[in-house]
Ligand binder design. Structure first.
Ligand code: ACO
Length: 333
């Protein structure tokens, strides 16, 4: 038996956003809204949309993983496992993870999807890490990707301004030093499920003329109520992981938050006692890409990250689901 403690670390990251930019100005033409309202309430200026018939989340995931394998000089045949966090799978089944693996030549692995809405990437990162830590897996790919435009009603101003399409992928391997994924706190509370969901299309209310007429295949969100839960829980769990690991605000290099709303991010940073400079944010460019936000953010700011930096990754999403991951960044790019 191997008694050595194995730690998992992120060896590389790659992201992808579609070319098409949907600006606040264009949304002003679709629904009764304004750039001013969207910017002050959310911090979002524009988001990306994956155009073209028959193109699902696997298009985004495939670009992310192809880029990741190239960048890290990894042979797809050496990957042991691929997990894809998404709430917008191409189909119910096969899993989007399996489609991505097939597209990029990952042949000696098994693949599965993980559904935890905006916390999906953190849930998958922790799950993937534990396969590495168990000593049974050497190379795990974790993808967070969503085509939110496929479940957004572009006549509903409450929701269509918030979401966008995009994603990112990381390669996990055993760490060779003290850096890597140190700790996590993941939580869920099913009593919040009805405040943020898609009612139709599942086994409870299969697709019918009625579900279509009721617009039950689009995101339903009670924004104000979700906002209250998100502010409290994302801030609390971020503080909790700091306390658990005896981290003071000065010890934190960066907070990498789920990008749903700038006000939720600001409240989280305040609770952690860290200033704006330590908060990585790209919500203005991409909006809320659900499972995509955290890897997209790491990818956007990759050059800024230095080996040994203390990062706190935090998210809140539908379910409700939320959590934080504490990691020490593993490489200089
Ligand atoms: N443009 C103009 N006015 C709007 C728009 C819009 N796009 N959308 C709503 N309004 C109106 C509302 O109708 C309301 O009008 P009324 O007072 O006449 O009824 C008014 O603006 C105020 O609406 P509020 O809901 O009070 O606005 P709020 O300050 O709460 O901001 C928002 C709304 C941005 C949705 C916020 O509640 C929020 O961010 N919620 C949390 C979202 C989130 O974090 N979700 C979790 C992750 S998502 C996932 O897991 C898939």
């Amino acid at each position: 038996m191997n008694s050595k403690i194995i730690k998992s670390c992120i060896k590389g990251i790659h992201g992808y956003v579609p070319e098409y930019i949907l600006s606040n100005a264009e949304l002003e033409k679709l629904v009764e809204t304004s750039d001013e309202w969207i910017t002050t309430r959310t911090g979002i200026k524009e988001r990306r949309i994956l155009k073209g018939e028959g193109r699902g989340t696997s298009v985004i995931g495939t670009k992310c993983v192809k880029g990741l394998l190239k960048k890290t000089n990894t042979n797809p045949k050496d990957i042991d496992l691929l997990i894809c966090a998404t709430v917008t799978p191409d189909m119910f089944f096969p899993s989007t993870a399996n489609i991505i693996s097939n597209n990029v030549g990952i042949k000696n692995a098994y693949s599965f999807d993980m559904s935890a809405a905006c916390s999906g990437f953190l849930y998958s990162l922790v799950t993937g890490s534990q396969f590495i830590e168990s000593g049974t897996h050497k190379k795990v790919v974790v993808v967070g990707a969503d085509k939110m435009s496929s479940i957004v009603d572009f006549e509903d101003r409450n929701n269509c301004v918030l979401f966008g399409d995009g994603g990112g992928a990381v390669l996990l391997e055993p760490s060779s030093d003290e850096n890597g994924i140190i700790d996590h706190i993941l939580k869920s509370d099913g009593s919040g499920g009805s405040y943020l969901c898609i009612k139709g299309g599942g086994s409870k209310y299969p697709a019918s003329l009625e579900t279509i007429n009721n617009k039950d295949h689009f995101i339903y969100q009670e924004g104000k109520r979700v906002f209250k839960f998100a502010v409290t829980n994302m801030a609390n769990v971020s503080e909790e992981i700091m306390l658990k690991n005896n981290l003071k605000s000065n010890d934190i290099s960066y907070l990498v938050p789920h990008q749903a709303n700038k006000r939720i991010i600001d409240a989280t940073a305040k609770k952690m006692g860290i200033g704006d400079k330590k908060v990585l944010m790209n919500i203005e460019k991409y909006g809320n890409t659900t499972a995509g936000t955290i890897p997209l953010c790491l990818w956007d700011f990759e050059k800024k990250l230095k080996k040994g930096d203390n990062l706190i990754l935090s998210a809140f999403g539908g379910g409700f689901t939320w959590g934080s991951v504490y990691l020490k960044w593993s490489y200089n790019s």
